[in-house]
Design a protein around this ligand. Structure first.
Ligand SMILES: [Zn+2]
Length: 284
């Protein structure tokens, strides 16, 4: 029976609608369509039916998901069980969990990567909140591959840092539904997508003067970065920075040189504070 319905739904889902309505008055849409289109599930892509129905891809998941067989039937739209609402809700919850776990496997396949790439290009996962990343699109990622450990985070390839999703709906999604590798694999498969590393940095200032400790630290960090880039260039290793960005030509380095001319290295926060007070006194 299940097989017959499956073939029917493949042949033409339109013809099957009246029958479905009769059998399951509450379920207007197939689970998959409903899941993908519901609010809060924007990070998920639609898994191909072929992938979902290949048992090999689901290896080991039967022990992870409660009511596995019913959940799988629901996901693949062959669910055919008369049960009360409570049971139905439990099975739907299991089906959502199952979909998430298969999703983590699917998005690292060629098809899955291509689908997630489209979503990435559209900015479906949001933009980097860091000002100097200039709204670079983000990718969803997990901090663990074990389900129910950590919620999903968003990765920015430009600053190579991770962020919490803005919406609470997204922040509640299990990180294991995306996994710890997808966001790195996508750049291995599509190396042209790797953005130039961000060399721009925020420099703390008080009325235009850099704070002594912060300025000294920034200069040390910039020197370390430039040393590393020189070493990598000598070894012919791609550093990921754009040529000419930073390294003596960038804004930061210029600013540090300006400092040396002006000599505010000798300023510290307290001195600047005193200066500000003195200036304020003069003005008043
Ligand atoms: Zn960023």
């Amino acid at each position: 029976m299940a097989k017959k319905r499956r073939t029917l739904s493949r042949a033409s889902s339109g013809d099957l609608l009246p029958e479905k309505r009769q059998r399951r008055p509450k379920q207007k849409q197939p689970f998959l369509t409903q899941f993908i289109s519901s609010r809060g599930n924007e990070y998920f892509c639609e898994i191909d039916e072929d992938y979902l129905t290949d048992r090999f891809n689901l290896t080991g998941l039967n022990t992870e998901v409660q009511y596995y067989q019913y959940a799988l039937d629901l996901v693949t739209d062959v669910f055919d069980l008369d049960c009360d609402d409570e049971m139905r809700e439990t099975i739907e919850k299991s089906a959502r969990h199952l979909y998430g776990l298969v999703h983590a496997r699917y998005i690292v396949t060629t098809r899955g990567l291509a689908k997630m790439l489209e979503k990435y290009k559209k900015g479906d996962f949001g933009k980097c909140p860091r000002v100097m990343c200039h709204s670079h699109p983000l990718l969803p990622m997990g901090l663990s591959d074990v389900p129910s450990t950590k919620p999903v985070k968003l990765y920015c390839a430009r600053c190579e840092d991770i962020y919490n999703p803005k919406s609470s709906r997204h922040a509640a999604i299990d990180g294991a539904y995306f996994g710890t590798s997808f966001h790195n694999i996508i750049f291995q498969v599509y190396p042209a997508l790797i953005p130039a590393k961000s060399a721009e940095r925020y420099v703390p200032r008080v009325y235009g003067f850099k704070l002594h400790h912060a300025a000294a630290l920034v200069r040390w960090q910039n020197n370390q970065r430039d040393d590393m880039r020189r070493r990598l260039r000598k070894m012919d290793v791609e550093s990921g920075f754009k040529d000419g960005d930073g390294e003596g030509e960038g804004d930061d380095d210029d600013e540090v040189e300006d400092d040396e001319e002006l000599g505010p290295d000798d300023f510290d926060a307290a001195e600047v504070g005193a200066l500000v007070q003195a200036t304020a006194g003069t003005v008043a």
